[in-house]
Design a protein around this ligand. Structure first.
Ligand SMILES: Cc1cc2nc3c(=O)[nH]c(=O)nc-3n(C[C@H](O)[C@H](O)[C@H](O)COP(=O)(O)OP(=O)(O)OC[C@H]3O[C@@H](n4cnc5c(N)ncnc54)[C@H](O)[C@@H]3O)c2cc1C
Length: 381
C-alpha cells in the first residue's frame, strides 16, 4: 500500500494537474461560486480535465483509459476535490459511468465510452425516488415489457448531473421484485429533468428526472436483467471511497486557509496561532484530514490489490464526510466574524460539507452495513 510516498511519475502527474487546476479551474469555480455552471461551460471544463486523464485514468488502455492504478487516479481526483467539489462531483459520476460502460458489450461500450473519456458526455445514476432513498429495494419506477422494448414510467430524484445528463443508468422494476439497470439516452428515448436548489453545491446539477412512456430497447439493459441490487452494491464499493475524497478535498482547503489565517490574524498582541486553543484546533483539524485521507487511500489500495473493500469504503465514506462537517465548522470558528461572511471561502466549505454525508448511502446506512458485515446480524428494519 504505497500511497504515502508517491512515485516520480505520480508526483509529476499530480504536480502538473495541480498547476492546471490553479490556472484554469479555480478562477472558473470562483466565478460561478454558488451559481449554476451552464452545461456548455461545464462541458468545456470536463473536456479540459479529460486531458489529464479523468474520468478514465484507471480504465485499461484497450478501452481508451490510461491504465493507471486506483491510487494514482485518486491522487489526481483529490486535487480536483480540493479546488472545487462541485466540478469534482460531476467528474466523479462520469468516472463511474466510464467504468460501467467499459464493462458492457461493444454495441453500448463503443458507442458511448469515447465521449465520456473525452469529457464530452454527462451521465447520471438514477436510483433514488421521492419515496425511496435508503431502502433501494423499494424502487417503484416501472419498466413494462412491450416486444423488444421496455416502456419506463416514474420519477427519480436527487440525480447528480441530472440536468446535464446525455444518458442515464436507471434502476427500474422489470418484473415483480426484479430490479434491473437500463441505459436511457436523452436524445433517442427521451426524459425530462428539473434542477433542485440545495443549501450548497449548486454550481453543478442535482435534478429530478421524469420518465413518461420512455421506450428503451431491451438490449439497453446494463449487465444482466434482474441483477441491479448486486451491481449497485458493487458500484457503491468504489463510489463511497470517492465520495470520501470529496470531503477530504474540502477539509484540505479549510485547513490550508485556517493555517494561513491563524498565522496572519493578530489578537492580544500575537498571531492567533500562538494561542493554545487555536493551536489545538489546527492540530486536531490536521489529524482528522490525515485520518480520513488514509482511510480513503486504504480502500483504493485494496481495489488495486483486487481485494474486496466494501466495509473499508463505507468506513472511509462516513468518517471522511462527518469529519469534514467538524473540520469545516472549526475553520469558520477559527476565522471569527470573517468566517461567516461571503468574503471568505470557509462559510461555503461548511455548507458544502453538510451535503456530503447524505449521498451514496447516509452515515447511518454506512454504519448499519459495517455492523452487519462484522456481526452477521442486520439492524436495518
Ligand atoms: C447532493 C446529493 C446528490 C445525490 N445524488 C444522487 C444520485 O446521483 N443518484 C441517486 O439515485 N441518488 C442521489 N442522491 C440521493 C441520496 O442517495 C439519498 O438522499 C440518500 O440515499 C438518502 O435517502 P433519502 O434522502 O430518501 O433519506 P431517507 O432514506 O428518507 O432517510 C432519512 C433519514 O433517516 C435515516 N434512516 C433511513 N433508514 C434508516 C434505518 N434503517 N436506520 C437508521 N436510520 C435510517 C437516514 O440515514 C436519514 O438520516 C443524492 C443526494 C444528495 C443530497
Amino acid at each position: 500500500m504505497n500511497f504515502q510516498s508517491p512515485t516520480e511519475d505520480q508526483r509529476l502527474a499530480v504536480e502538473s494537474f495541480r498547476k492546471f487546476l490553479e490556472a484554469e479551474i479555480r478562477p472558473v469555480a470562483r466565478q460561478y461560486r454558488d451559481r449554476h455552471i451552464p452545461k456548455e461551460k461545464m462541458r468545456e471544463i470536463t473536456q479540459a480535465i479529460a486531458e489529464f486523464g479523468l474520468p478514465g485514468a484507471s480504465l485499461p488502455e484497450k478501452f481508451g483509459g490510461m491504465g493507471l492504478s486506483y491510487v494514482t487516479e485518486a491522487m489526481l481526483f483529490e486535487e480536483l476535490c480540493t479546488v472545487s467539489v462541485d466540478i469534482a462531483l460531476c467528474v466523479m459520476i462520469n468516472k463511474g459511468f466510464a467504468l460501467v460502460l467499459s464493462e458492457q458489450a461493444p454495441a453500448i461500450r463503443d458507442r458511448y465510452l469515447p465521449d465520456f473519456l473525452a469529457g464530452r458526455a454527462f451521465g447520471g445514476f438514477c436510483i433514488s425516488e421521492p419515496d425511496v432513498g435508503s431502502n433501494v429495494a423499494d424502487i417503484k419506477t416501472q419498466a413494462r415489457r412491450d416486444g423488444d422494448h421496455f416502456v419506463i414510467n416514474g420519477e427519480k430524484t436527487w440525480i447528480t448531473n441530472g440536468d446535464y445528463s446525455d444518458i442515464l443508468i436507471a434502476t427500474v422494476l422489470t418484473g415483480p421484485n426484479e430490479l434491473s439497470h437500463v441505459l436511457v439516452d436523452r436524445k433517442e428515448h427521451g426524459y425530462e429533468s428539473r434542477n433542485i436548489e440545495k443549501i450548497a453545491l449548486n454550481s453543478q446539477s442535482t435534478a429530478q428526472i421524469f420518465f413518461s412512456d420512455t421506450r428503451v430497447p431491451v438490449s439497453n439493459v446494463v449487465w444482466e436483467q434482474g441483477a441491479a441490487l448486486k451491481n449497485t452494491l458493487r458500484l457503491f464499493e468504489k463510489a463511497r471511497a470517492n465520495v470520501g475524497m470529496l470531503s477530504v478535498g474540502l477539509m484540505r482547503a479549510s485547513l490550508q486557509e485556517s493555517i494561513a489565517y491563524a498565522q496572519e490574524r493578530r489578537q492580544f498582541g500575537k498571531p492567533i496561532a500562538g494561542h493554545q486553543l487555536i493551536a489545538e484546533k489546527i492540530a486536531e483539524m490536521a489529524t482528522l484530514v490525515d485520518a480520513a485521507r488514509l482511510m480513503c487511500f486504504r480502500a483504493f489500495a485494496m481495489m488495486d490489490a483486487g481485494v474486496r473493500c466494501d466495509v473499508q469504503s463505507s468506513m472511509a465514506k462516513w468518517y471522511a464526510t462527518e469529519m469534514a462537517v467538524k473540520v469545516c465548522r472549526d475553520a469558520v470558528q477559527l476565522h471569527g466574524g470573517n468566517g461567516v461572511t461571503k468574503e471568505f471561502n470557509v462559510e461555503r466549505y461548511a455548507r458544502e460539507a453538510i451535503v456530503i454525508p447524505v449521498p451514496d448511502g447516509t452515515t447511518e446506512i454506512q454504519k448499519l452495513m459495517i455492523s452487519r458485515a462484522l456481526t452477521g446480524i442486520g439492524a436495518f428494519a
